[in-house]
Design a protein around this ligand. Structure first.
Ligand code: SAM
Length: 216
C-alpha cells in the first residue's frame, strides 16, 4: 500500500528549489517578514504560495476573497496568477500590515487587481453579503474559523474553492494529550468541515496543513 513520504528539511528545500520561481516582490516580502522576528510565522509557507498561484492560474479563477492578508504574500501570490480582469478582495483588521502589503502590491504592479478592507473580518463579511467569489482563502484568527467558513459557504460559487490554512495546527490536532483551547477549536472546526455535505474536501499537508473544499 502506498504511504505518504515524511518530508525532511532537506526534501522541503529540494521541493522549493524545483518548484515555481518566485517573483522579485514575493522574495522581498519573505525577506521583510524575516525581519519581523516571531511575527514571520504568520506568513504562509513558500510551498503554499506556489500551490495557490498554480491553482488560480490553472482554474482560471477570476474573483478571490482572502480573509487574513498580513504583509501580502498569499494575496500577491494569487494576484500574480490572475488575468488582468481578475480581482482580489483582501480583508484584515491590522492597518499597519495592510499598508505594508499595499506597498508591495504597488511595487509588483498588482494594486489595480487588489482591494483591501481594514476592519474585523466578520464586519467586512456582513458588508459584502450577496457578492460571489470563485476562491476564498481563510487565514485569519483561528477562533472565528467556523464563522468565516459559514460566511464563505454563502459567498462561494458552485464548484468554487474554499481553502483554509493551519488545519493541522503544527500536528497538535492528533495529540490526544493536547487540549489547549486553540487545538480543540481547530479539531472541532475540522470535524465540522469533514461532516459538511455541502462540499467535497481534502486536507493536504502543505505548510501547516490546508483544507481544500469544493462547493457542490
Ligand atoms: C496568519 S496571518 C495571514 C497571513 C497571510 N495570509 C500571508 O500569507 O502572509 C493572519 C492575519 O489575520 C489578521 N486577523 C486576525 N484577526 C482578525 C480579525 N478578527 N479580522 C480581520 N483580520 C484578522 C491578522 O491581522 C493577520 O494579519
Amino acid at each position: 500500500m502506498g504511504s505518504d513520504l515524511k518530508i525532511s528539511d532537506k526534501i522541503q528545500e529540494y521541493i522549493l528549489n524545483n518548484g515555481l520561481s518566485l517573483h522579485p516582490v514575493q522574495k522581498e516580502i519573505i525577506e521583510y517578514n524575516k525581519s519581523l522576528g516571531e511575527l514571520k510565522r504568520m506568513q504562509i509557507a513558500i510551498s503554499q504560495s506556489q500551490f495557490l498561484h498554480l491553482l488560480v492560474k490553472t482554474l482560471k479563477i477570476k474573483k478571490i476573497l482572502e480573509i487574513g492578508t498580513f504583509t501580502g504574500l498569499s494575496t500577491l501570490s494569487m494576484s500574480l496568477a490572475l488575468a488582468e480582469d481578475g480581482t482580489i478582495l483582501a480583508l484584515d483588521k491590522n492597518e499597519e500590515t495592510t499598508k505594508t502589503a499595499i506597498r508591495f502590491f504597488k511595487k509588483a504592479k498588482q494594486d489595480h487587481k487588489i482591494n483591501t478592507m481594514i476592519k474585523p473580518a466578520l464586519e467586512s463579511l456582513q458588508e459584502i453579503r450577496g457578492k460571489k467569489f470563485d476562491l476564498i482563502f481563510i487565514d485569519a484568527d483561528k477562533m472565528n474559523y467556523k464563522k468565516y467558513y459559514e460566511e464563505a459557504i454563502n459567498l462561494i460559487t458552485t464548484d468554487g474553492l474554499i481553502i483554509i490554512d493551519n488545519v493541522l495546527w503544527h500536528g497538535e490536532v492528533v495529540d490526544e494529550n493536547n487540549n489547549n483551547k486553540f487545538t480543540i477549536n481547530i479539531r472541532e472546526f475540522n470535524d465540522h468541515v469533514s461532516r459538511d455535505k455541502r462540499v467535497e474536501k481534502i486536507i493536504i499537508p502543505l505548510g501547516d496543513g490546508m483544507t481544500i473544499c469544493r462547493k457542490l
